[in-house]
Ligand binder design. Sequence first.
Ligand code: ACO
Length: 330
Amino acid sequence: MNKIKIVSTGKYLPPKILTNFDLEKMVDTSNEWIVTRTGIKERRIVEDTVATSDIATFAAKECLDKAGVSPDEIDTIIVATITPDMFFPSTACIVHKKLGGKNEPFSFDISAACSGFVYGLAIAESLLRTAKSKKLLLIGAETLSKVTNWKDRNTCVLFGDGAGAMLLSTTTDENESDGIISTYLSSDGNYDNLLYIPAGGSRMPATKETVEKNLHTITMSGKEVFKVAVTKMVESVIRCCQEANITPQQLDLLIPHQANLRIINAVGERLNLDPQKVFVNVDRYGNMSAATTIVGLDEAISQGRIKKGSLVGLVAFGGGFTWGAAILRI
Ligand code: ACO
């Protein structure tokens, strides 16, 4: 079985900032309510003309530039997203075109909502271990602002746009330690009606009525999501650590999915982690679904909170419900 190297990471956050004070002018809410209930202060929003493949490509370019790797060398592109440019072709295929690589990588999208990047890591691990892939670009990218009901205060304060990318490769270098230590994935489709976009698919294709009723935007039962999210994220970290033969306290940093500061704190407390070891950036970006953990990882590296050799846990939870974790050696 091949050893895996995490070569580099990159990210892209759109420059336009939407603050809680901006939202106060749009819906019946307050900065105080949003900060107290979620920890979010502001989020990034793409311009109308920008699609998920655009920001995914920016993140991928930064990642490849850092590694000095040409798009021609990439043999696999995976994009985790619930806001693809269109049903098909996949956003991964569009990213391939935009990167301009002359090779013909195999490219596909993953739909696992906020757990998409962690799901992607497990898939990447299988492909690289078995040498089906040798240089793989894994991207988590979302333009959730395009599927947000900006009149619904229950949801519109929560989400933001952003993208992150990771380049992984196989390695035979004796001095390199294995980059993916363990992964754990799970789901329960019985919760499908607690967090979803009702219309636009084959169950309820777009009509004038579905547009008028705002059925193409995120619908969520926040309280129920909250409870299951905490339980399943804690369980995922424990199971992933068991497989890696470590305790959660041995992690140098845990990067949880950034949906709500209260969820992040509850997960850290239940795992008995020092708060310094739990990464938070939800205050600046809100919930970017599949992009949160990889943007967090890229920021933690550039802030020097993770160094070469650090043990890092990623854990996520999202619509489906889906959940999972990964333990990485950077
Ligand atoms: N501003 C002011 N008041 C509000 C707002 C708002 N933006 N939103 C809701 N309220 C009101 C509600 O109407 C309710 O009023 P009522 O008591 O008069 O009915 C009151 O505030 C309390 O609402 P709750 O739903 O009880 O608030 P809660 O403390 O549960 O917080 C929240 C809501 C923030 C949504 C929380 O439940 C949460 O974070 N849930 C998890 C979300 C999540 O994890 N999503 C992850 C996956 S996302 C994905 O996969 C794309």
